[in-house]
Design a protein around this ligand. Structure first.
Ligand SMILES: CC(C)(COP(=O)(O)OP(=O)(O)OC[C@H]1O[C@@H](n2cnc3c(N)ncnc32)[C@H](O)[C@@H]1OP(=O)(O)O)[C@@H](O)C(=O)NCCC(=O)NCCS
Length: 158
């Protein structure tokens, strides 16, 4: 498994990762995932100003991380790996690549949201210097009608 910068032609494979992972409930995205629309979004992000993406490749794309300008100086992080690629350092390698690039920009912070019961993701973020900044209490209405809280985690770059 290698981490490399995403190319525009990775966009469909990145959207397919989201489609594969969404049924687990670990992501904000829920089934049915509009793969074509999501791929368009990734294609724009990859070519976009101030944004960047990396893929974990076997060489097939089995995971990705995106960083996009959320508010001036703050990069929003999103990532996912298919189940078979997890637990082998790939997530860590993606975060390391993203943070290395973020450190070369004039951004002062990287932030993200994670479900409070996603222990694996929280463990990875804590291990890479993210701290909990807050809780969005019963904030997201899910497709099944339930309300979910999310943790806001962030890593300062300054
Ligand atoms: C969360 C995710 C990106 C982590 O990637 P991964 O490749 O499984 O993680 P890694 O193998 O790189 O582990 C990195 C660190 O995570 C932590 N970690 C891994 N598995 C863990 C677990 N089961 N519980 C707690 N922490 C764990 C450890 O700190 C580990 O550090 P170490 O290498 O020193 O042991 C991946 O599991 C995933 O895509 N999950 C589904 C989608 C998702 O949750 N996305 C994030 C939404 S916010």
């Amino acid at each position: 498994m290698v981490v490399r910068p995403a190319r525009a032609d990775d966009a469909e494979a990145m959207a397919a990762v989201v489609e594969a992972v969404a049924p687990e409930g670990t992501l904000g995205a829920q089934p049915p995932v509009d793969v074509a629309a999501r791929a368009r979004g990734y294609r724009e992000l990859i070519g976009g100003e101030g944004a960047a993406a990396w893929v974990l490749a076997t060489p097939a794309v089995v995971g990705f991380l995106t960083l996009y300008p959320r508010t001036p100086g703050v990069l929003g992080l999103a990532m996912a790996l298919v189940a078979s690629a997890r637990g082998r350092g790939g997530g860590r390698a993606l975060v390391d690549a993203g943070l290395a690039w973020a450190g070369t920009t004039d951004a002062h912070k990287v932030d993200l949201e994670v479900w409070p019961d996603n222990g694996r993701a929280i463990g990875l973020y804590a291990a890479t210097g993210f701290v909990v900044e807050g809780l969005r209490d019963r904030h997201y209405r899910r497709a099944d009608g339930t309300l979910r809280s999310s943790l806001i985690m962030a890593r300062r770059l300054d």
